[in-house]
Structures are given as C-alpha cells and as structure tokens.
Design a protein around this ligand. Structure first.
Ligand code: AMP
Length: 115
C-alpha cells in the first residue's frame, strides 16, 4: 500500500494544522509557508500523477478546485487574490508524491516563475 506523508496525515497518523475537512479532502497549513497564507488542498484518496488522470478522476479534480475556493475564503484571500499551484515530478519541484494544490496569498506574489 502506498503511504506518503499526506496519506499519514489523512489517516491521522501524523499531526497537521487542519483548516478544512470533508469526506474527500483535507486543507492543511503548509509546514514551511512561502507566503503569509500557504495552504495545501489534499485529496484523501492517494493520487499522484496528473498526466495519468482519466475521465474517472474528473470529479475529484474538479472538487479539488472547489475546495481551494472554499479555502481561499476561509483564509480571507478571496478579495485581494491568491495563486493555486500544482508541482508535478522532479522538474516541477514536487516533494510529496500525493496530489495537492498549493494556495498562496496574503501578499502580492510577484513573478509567476522563479528562474
Ligand atoms: P510539493 O513540492 O508540491 O510536493 O510540496 C509539498 C509541500 O508539503 C511543501 O511545501 C512542504 O513544506 C509541505 N509539507 C511537507 N510536510 C508537511 C507536513 N507534515 N505538514 C504540512 N506541510 C508539509
């Protein structure tokens, strides 16, 4: 069975600062925040590669964006804005091999790509 750090947080085997939870998702505070608001939208179901997704995953992927919108409101970033990011694979800088959406905000975030 696959068990990465986010699977362990979902199973409550590891602690995390949970700001939202429903049947399918957790939203947690990033342990190393890169902005005043840095949340991670984590599907409870283990899922890794976006490029391996199929039509069967549409529901999960769509809901992940809806949950990000809820999280943006909970964090109070809906008015001034925020950025959603998915890192994928080695060149994408992905550290945890479990799909998650970063929600960053709370300040003007600057250039979209750091060179
Ligand atoms: P990524 O590079 O997209 O895989 O990002 C993984 C993110 O998870 C990083 O921003 C880490 O700071 C964050 N992270 C790692 N471990 C934890 C944890 N135990 N609780 C919350 N965030 C974590």
């Amino acid at each position: 069975m696959i068990s990465d750090i986010f699977c362990k947080i979902v199973q409550k085997e590891l602690p995390a600062e949970i700001v939202y939870e429903d049947e399918e998702f957790l939203v947690i505070k990033d342990i190393h925040p890169q902005a005043p608001v840095h949340l991670l939208v984590v599907p409870k179901k283990h899922f890794d590669q976006i490029h391996a997704a199929s039509h069967e995953d549409l529901d999960l992927l769509g809901k992940m964006v809806l949950v990000a919108g809820k999280a943006a409101k909970l964090a109070g970033t809906e008015e001034k804005g925020y950025r959603l990011i998915i890192n994928q694979g080695q060149d994408g800088g992905q550290l945890v091999p479990h799909l998650h959406l970063h929600l960053l905000g709370g300040k003007a975030l600057g250039p979209k790509i750091i060179r």
